[in-house]
Write a protein that binds this ligand. Structure first.
Ligand SMILES: NC(=O)C1=CN([C@@H]2O[C@H](COP(=O)(O)OP(=O)(O)OC[C@H]3O[C@@H](n4cnc5c(N)ncnc54)[C@H](OP(=O)(O)O)[C@@H]3O)[C@@H](O)[C@H]2O)C=CC1
Ligand SMILES: O=C1OC[C@@H](O)[C@H](O)[C@H]1O
Length: 392
């Protein structure tokens, strides 16, 4: 299982430079990953995993890709050549099952389309592998509950890949809110939209195909929602009190019937705050992508809200209720890589520490997310085709 190395051990296999250099590092946890699927986001994830953590000033964990599974072995081989420098120590498999069964794999990353997350994660969990599963974690709440029960039964770590939660910018925003300098939050607006050129892409594209959970809500909705969760649900004044009165409105595209434009709201009565959220697949994102309106000022987060690199804070003049800005600050963030390594580091640390879930993005927050999506789909009349949801 997980290898914990100190300077006196040679228990890490492989011959690449990074591993050889590990001999000079002490107490480093090496997490050995199996990658499920070879699509767009799996590519980004693997590239981030393979950045030498020391260049990111991370010295306690190291990620090693040991296996890649695809529906075709040739695709897995091409993926390794293109994204892992053709590393011959990485095993290419033509089925996902072989990755789950591989004894060298500690943790599985799942990057398949939404409606496959449940079955892929369940198979991995049943093979007693730890799991990091792309967002949205499942198609609905019952699927997620079944996965959480399976993870508990098999004693494995499970996390939705909500990478935004682990990035430095949101942590800085949360710190400002928690400092109380801006007073309590009142309204949070967040949007993630993307122009997917839906009139011209094939109807089988995952963003349009209802069988793959297509549409804006399940693909883009997790990001406005994570901002609401981070700023309102997690707000120290709210004490993790669940939102009430979830509303949702869906405008479907006649192309395939998936939601092209969705807006949804959540009330947080304990702190008197509301989240107003939206997502679209046929227009570009708003700028700012997130606006956090507080009693004494406003935070504006630049798009893309899933890995924003800057935000502005406006501080209102003392005693001014008209919103006159007395002071404005801009904060910028930069880091090596795309930003998925932060969540991978969290997985490695949680597993090293024997945790079943992350304290930052744990099971309860994924459950809240899926509860919101189920409710919004219900109110908006968006049903997935029969048989797509594996647990109802
Ligand atoms: N965190 C983030 O920023 C992002 C997350 N995502 C999430 O990741 C997931 C995948 O998105 P993305 O990488 O863009 O998707 P892609 O279509 O690019 O890749 C999906 C991969 O899943 C595998 N797959 C298995 N079954 C199917 C099927 N029936 N149809 C199509 N592909 C299948 C394929 O890999 P193979 O052929 O090797 O088996 C395919 O390459 C989604 O759930 C999405 O929400 C997506 C983009 C960004
Ligand atoms: O997670 C995501 O973030 C970026 C989007 O372009 C993508 O479709 C989505 O899956």
């Amino acid at each position: 299982m997980l290898a914990i190395c100190d300077s006196s051990t040679d228990s890490i296999g492989g011959k690449d430079m990074l591993e050889q250099n590990l001999n000079s590092m002490s107490n480093v946890t090496v997490l050995r990953w199996g990658i499920i699927s070879t699509g767009k986001i799996a590519t980004v994830f693997v590239k981030d995993l393979l950045i030498d953590p020391r260049t990111r000033d991370v010295h306690d964990v190291v990620h090693k890709v040991v296996a890649v599974g695809s529906r075709k072995v040739e695709t897995a081989q091409e993926f390794i050549s293109a994204n892992a420098g053709g590393d011959v120590t990485i095993k290419a498999y033509g089925t996902y099952e072989e990755v789950y069964a591989d004894k060298d794999v500690d943790a599985i990353y799942i990057g398949t389309p939404h409606t496959y997350h449940y079955i892929n994660a369940l198979d991995a969990i049943c093979a007693k592998k730890h799991v990091l599963c792309e967002k949205p974690v499942t198609s609905n709440v019952p699927e997620l509950r079944a996965l959480l029960a399976a993870a508990k039964e098999n004693g494995v770590f499970f996390m939705e890949a909500m990478w935004t939660r682990f990035q430095p910018l949101p942590q800085a925003v949360i710190k400002i809110l928690d400092s109380g300098e801006l007073g309590a939050p009142v309204v949070v607006h967040a949007d993630l939209s993307g122009d997917f050129d839906i009139q011209n892409i094939p109807k089988t594209h995952r963003i349009l195909d209802p069988a793959l959970g297509g549409g804006a809500l399940l693909d883009l909705g997790p990001y406005p929602l994570v901002w609401a969760i981070m700023t309102l649900y997690e707000n120290s004044l709210n004490e993790l009190t669940a939102p009430s009165n979830i509303t949702g409105s869906i405008l479907k595209t006649p192309l395939t019937g998936v939601d092209a434009n969705t807006s949804f709201t959540l009330n947080f009565p304990k702190i008197g705050a509301q989240a107003v959220l939206s997502c679209s697949i046929n227009t570009v994102a708003t700028n700012p992508g997130v606006t956090i309106r507080c009693e004494k000022g406003t935070i504006r987060v630049a798009p893309p809200i899933y890995c924003s690199k800057s935000f502005k804070v406006e501080y209102f003049a003392e005693g001014n209720h008209g919103g006159k800005v007395a002071r404005e600050e801009e904060k910028r963030f930069d880091y090596i890589g795309h930003g998925m390594h932060f969540e991978a580091d969290e997985v490695a640390r949680c597993i090293r520490n024997g945790k079943s879930e992350s304290a930052l993005w744990g099971h309860g927050k994924s459950l809240l997310e899926m509860t919101v999506f189920d409710e919004v789909r219900k109110q908006g009349g968006y049903e997935l085709p029969k048989g797509v949801e594996k647990v109802l």
